[in-house]
Every structure is written in C-alpha cells, then in structure tokens.
Design a protein around this ligand. Sequence first.
Ligand code: SF4
Length: 447
Amino acid sequence: MPWERSNDARHPLPRGAASMNAPEPLVPQACSAPPARVILRERGQREVFCGLTAIVWLHRKMQDAFFLVVGSRTCAHLMQSAAGVMIFAEPRFATAILEDRDLAGMADCNSELDRIAGQLLARRPDISTLFLVGSCPSEVIKLDLSRAAERLSAAHRGRVRVLSYSGSGIETTFTQGEDNGLKAMVRDLPELPEGQRSVLVVGTLADVVEDQFARLFAALGIGPVHFLPSRRATDLPPVGRGTLILPAQPFVGDTVRALVARGGKLVEALYPFGAEGTTDWLTCAARAWGVPDAHVASVVAAPEARARLALARAAAPLGGKRMSLMPDSQLEIPLARFLQRECGVQLVEVGVPYLDRQMVGREMGQLPDDVRLSEGQHLDRQLDRVRADRPDLTVCGLGLANPLEAERLRTKWSIELLFTPIHGYEQAADLAELFVRPLERERRLGV
Ligand code: SF4
C-alpha cells in the first residue's frame, strides 16, 4: 500500500478524555454553520486502502456497469481479495494488467487497452457503462485514461458509454474512489429544465435504504427525488438550478462541487446515521423544499420513535465506553457524532484522512469541544497515542486491527461500515451493534 513522508505541521491539543455529559438535544435550526476548532494536523506514513476498493460497492449498486482497472497484478490481487472470488456470477470488474513491457514504454498501451475493451464489450452485451479505472502504475506511466475513454466512446457509440476516473492509492483514501467515479458521471447528466425542481441524493446507498428514503420523501411531499448512483448507470438524473443536492455520504465532496457548478444547491445537514442524524437530514431537505416543520415532525415521528427504542436496547453496552476513530473512511466525524450523542460513547480521538469543511461543517459543530480531532496521518504517532489512551475500542483500517488486537486493544474495521447498510432510521440499531460486537466478543472470550 502507498505511503508518503513530509514535514509535520503539528498543533498542540489538549489530550484530556472526552465529556461524559448526556448529549444536549439537537435543535436543527439553521442547517449550516460550523464553529472554529483546534485540529491536530499530521503528515507522514499512511495506512489506508486505495480508491480501487470502492469498486466493490459501486459495482454492486450499478448493475449494468463494468469497472476495468488499468493496473498491476497488485491491483488485481487487491480487487480479488476485497470483493471475494466470484465463481458463480459473471463479475463486473476486472484488471487489465500492465506488464513490464508496458511500464518500460516498449508496448503501445492504448492499442492494447482498445483491444481488451473491444473483446470485453463483444462478450458482454449487458454492459452499458464501462468505467476505466486508473491506478498507481497507470498514473506513473502517465497513461491518459480520459482520452482513452473518449476514443472508446466514439468507437462504440450507441453501444456503451465509457468513463474514466482514478482509483490510485497515491494521495487518496479508499472512499475517494467513489467520489472520483461519481464525479466522472456528472458531465453526462442531462439538464433539469428551467422552472422545474428535484432533489438529488448523492452517495451510494444500499437498495433497501434507498427504498426507505424514497417512501419518506414521498410522505413529505418532496419529489421527484433521484439517487446518484442509481441502480442502472444509464439512469442519469437531471441536474440544474432547481436541483437540491443532498449528500448521503461525507466523502463525495468533489462530486457535490461538480453538481453545484452545474447549478445545483447544496443542502447542508447532518448525515443520516442514527435517529438524530436521519431526522436532521430529512428536516434540512424539507426546509429547503419548503415543507413546514410540523409536517416533517408528523411524518418522521413513528420511524424516529422506533429507531430510538431499538437504539436504546442495542447501544446500551456502548454507554461510557472510550473510543478512538483512526483516519480511514472519511465517515469518522458523522459516526463519532452518532456514537457520542446517541450511544453514550466517550470519544478520545477522531481522525479523518482530510477535512472537507463544506461536507462536515455541521457535523463538527455537534462534537464536544474536548474531543481530540486530527486530520491526516502519521501512523507511528497515531499508534503511540492509541497505546497511551488505551480506548475500549479503536475504529481503524484492516491493516492496523491485528497489531492492535495483539496488544489487547479491541478494534472495529472501518471498511465494514461501507459494506453494511447503516443509513436511516431502520438501520440505526444495526449501526450501533456493529460497534458492540467486538466488545461482546471480548466479554465472551474473556480476553
Ligand atoms: Fe496498490 Fe496503487 Fe494498485 Fe491500489 S492502485 S492496489 S495502491 S498499486
């Protein structure tokens, strides 16, 4: 996996434990405005998956899309182990492997790529959108995949749409793979006619969650509501001056900015994690649409009450537990808010790979002042802090879990949060249970 070294830009921060006070009730007033806060900024060795990993959930969502990674055998191995070996299904991802001759500039990579894409499209008539996904090796040899995508689109016009984006691990974290993939689609979205309105939910949601939200929006009187990505990559939602952009994931910032550049208006809200986050997300969208608060309250009352009841049971073992979240998925700040406010967790450190204030400003405002917030990664220092803090649970990448477990520090793999439906009222208790499980295993094993 890639890593970088550069000078430190560290700021001193209080290292005290987080507040155990009961959370103040959230009053979703103006749906915006973060306060200033001191942040520990780190640069150094990183330990995260690369953006190729996002193909695992993107290809499950867009059932007519194919992802062709242009990379090395390492990339192929990563994809194979991250997604599992698909024996019974025709897989919808593959790796065009760059050999030594390609890397040495002795072969014409573009003609090879055209040949492979042609073979693939001839064999798979079900593919309507082909994503060429760049990797570290293709970036290093400066293979221009955007031009390759244009060339292939022209060669197969009417048959398939070819897009490109980078999933390279150089300077990116794994959820940026989704952001890059969605951003590549924005250019082709049709224009929403002037005078019309719509909501566009951005970020991959499990189908079951998408259906739940669609029902809630319908009950609120909001529509049409589109989702990016949708189940078929060819179903391109319109965007224009009448589009409200509602992010469902905090890591789709570049896609959101591309949509805003197309005229859309960003709705700032908490993310729909937990009962509180889901209500805030729906409320902010409803206010931007012009729905009265009283109507929102009547629509969300029953599902929110159900979620709170289920959460009270599921999250009970988390009460008072000390937790650190290491920078990995970009979900850390919204999850920390959920864990602290709805599960009674005592936050020790919350780290993010990069801080996108436009995307998490409102979330940051909900974190207690004494939580240590860090941006970027210096792996050794971060591990030293975890060892000194000895939290009850550390949310981290796969590569760090085993070493920490060996030191009798309980861990939760953050990548699971991308593979599991965790958004919305009906999943609030499931989300809490994901964090309970390692603690419960520890209790049962007595380790
Ligand atoms: Fe490794 Fe880079 Fe390929 Fe990802 S894209 S598997 S980091 S070589």
